[in-house]
Design a protein around this ligand. Structure first.
Ligand code: SIN
Length: 492
């Protein structure tokens, strides 16, 4: 199928990586109904993918169920070898994958290349972990009892993934699932399906058997309905909003599925008077403006102590003014477009609300006129804790700064949220770093750093940010069931 003209300037080495078909049971499938995919930097049409409904989803469930017995019978080294080949192919196609991602998601090419490496790292990590899914031998509770615990794949997994990290949020789920011996159905975001399909194309080239990995594209509701209710789906892994995650988990419970949820955050970023100012500013820019503020672990609320407040605000303003905004495919751009018009409206609304409640605009503050969904990187000082900027996840390039005086105040304000994903803390005081990290209610903390994510570290939250952990050795547990064998042994 010919690609639309909008792909010409993208310069792909292998245009066949852009699939306009879904993948079910090893077949690339089409449908009469289509969903159009657009470039958020220009509004240009990049093509379309099938808008599959419940019937095609049922076929995907059937394919994944049919191949599960054979895939789980593969030895761990056999599964690992395929995953290693997939990892190598992802790396070898970094440039094409990054360009596809930037075209449909908007993030600057440098960040997209970084995401390809991040995505590949999960496949490699879990290829290695496949060989280490050890069980346990437990001392028996009676003289004649022997206890052995085995770890077995949970079965067919549905992975429902977001648009903000179109590759890495897939590999962070699919890597451990395949390594454990599960088969998978991926439902990527309608906004970024091409990255998911390119990934699946490379998985097939790596030798993944037909039906082990299926990608179902289309409108979320009919596909999600089948995935959460079908008795053959053993596990749902979802990354996205708290609202959708809660609904999926509630419905999945009706057939007692295993569920892991990586939901929204509202990360506090706390800077104490004794912090290294340069380190805090580097961390602030990295955490707040990565992916134009569209990450679940982005700093969302800045709490800065009175003694360092003005210097922090001035330093951050200077760094924000140096951020180059533009289409992600242009080399040297630091901040790309937001994903769509709704994201622009949310950032604009948060800015207006913060100013209305007493904040002062330092820089930015509005969308950029013209094509694409661009928003000026923004700094607002003297924000009040009741502002929407502090109450909700902004998911945009808007930094709002709240002043505080005491450590206790900072902790109280930081914990005053239903979310509990990430938090950041800048201090050079050892005792304070212990006190505050222990007091913060969240799943991950960056202490004197604004970047915390890695394939080797457990990613996940507490409170309404979800449950379960992705990445790291803990990430395998989400796709394994424990099975106890209690043997009665006759005496000699
Ligand atoms: C996310 O925004 O959900 C993922 C961010 C990350 O992996 O660092």
């Amino acid at each position: 199928m010919r690609l639309p003209e909008a792909w010409e300037p993208v310069g792909l080495v292998r245009p066949e990586l852009v699939r306009q078909t879904a993948l079910i049971g090893g077949e690339w499938v089409s449908s009469d109904r289509k969903l159009t995919v657009t470039d958020p930097a220009t509004g240009a049409c990049l093509g379309s993918v099938p808008d599959l409904g419940s019937e095609a989803t049922l076929q995907a469930v059937a394919a994944a169920s049919a191949t599960f017995p054979a895939w789980r019978q593969h030895s761990a080294p056999e599964r690992a070898a395929i995953l290693h080949r997939w990892h190598d192919l992802i790396q070898a196609h970094t440039e094409d994958l990054a360009r596809i991602m930037t075209s449909e998601q908007g993030k600057p090419l440098g960040e997209a290349r970084g995401e390809v490496a991040y995505a590949a790292s999960f496949i490699k990590w879990f290829a290695e972990e496949a060989r280490r899914t050890y069980g346990d031998v437990i001392p028996g509770h009676a003289r004649d009892k022997r206890l052995v615990v085995m770890r077995e794949p949970v079965g067919v997994v549905a992975a429902i993934t977001p648009w903000n990290f179109p590759l890495a949020m897939i590999t962070r789920k699919v890597g451990p699932a395949l390594a454990a011996g599960c088969t998978v159905i991926v439902k990527p975001s309608d906004l970024t399906p091409f990255s998911a399909l390119a990934l699946a194309f490379l998985a097939r080239e790596a030798g993944l058997p037909d039906g082990v990995l299926n990608v179902v594209t289309g409108t979320a509701a009919p596909i999600g309905d089948v995935l959460v209710s079908h008795p053959d789906i053993a596990k749902i892994s979802f990354t996205g909003s708290t609202g959708v995650g809660t609904m999926l988990a509630t419905r999945a419970m009706a057939s007692v599925k295993r569920v892991s949820l990586e939901l929204g955050g509202n990360a506090p970023f706390i800077v104490f008077d004794d912090a290294d100012l340069g380190e805090a500013l580097n961390g602030a820019v990295a955490s707040k403006f990565r992916n134009a503020g569209q990450t679940c672990v982005c700093a969302n609320r800045f709490f800065v102590q009175a003694g360092i407040y003005d210097r922090f605000v001035d330093g951050l303003a200077e760094r924000i003014d140096a951020i180059r905004v533009g289409a992600g495919l242009i080399e040297g751009v630091d901040l790309g477009p937001l994903i769509n018009e709704a994201a622009i409206a949310k950032s604009s609304g948060h800015v207006a609300d913060a100013l209305h409640k007493g904040g002062t605009l330092v820089t930015g503050g509005r969308a950029i006129d013209g094509a694409g969904h661009f928003f000026k990187p923004t700094l607002i000082r003297d924000v009040t804790p009741d502002a929407l900027l502090c109450r909700e996840e902004t998911f945009g390039p808007v930094a709002g700064i709240v002043r505080f005086d005491t450590e206790a105040q900072a902790i109280t304000m930081a914990n005053d949220t239903t979310a509990g994903l990430a938090a950041y803390l800048f201090t050079r005081d050892l005792s304070r770093s212990h006190r505050v990290t222990e007091a913060l209610q969240c799943g991950m903390i960056g202490l004197n750093t604004g970047l915390i994510s890695s394939e080797v570290a457990p990613f996940g939250g507490v409170k309404q940010s979800g449950f379960g952990r992705e990445g790291s050795r803990y990430g395998m547990d989400e796709y394994l069931n424990l099975k106890l064998v209690c043997t009665s042994v006759a005496p000699i």
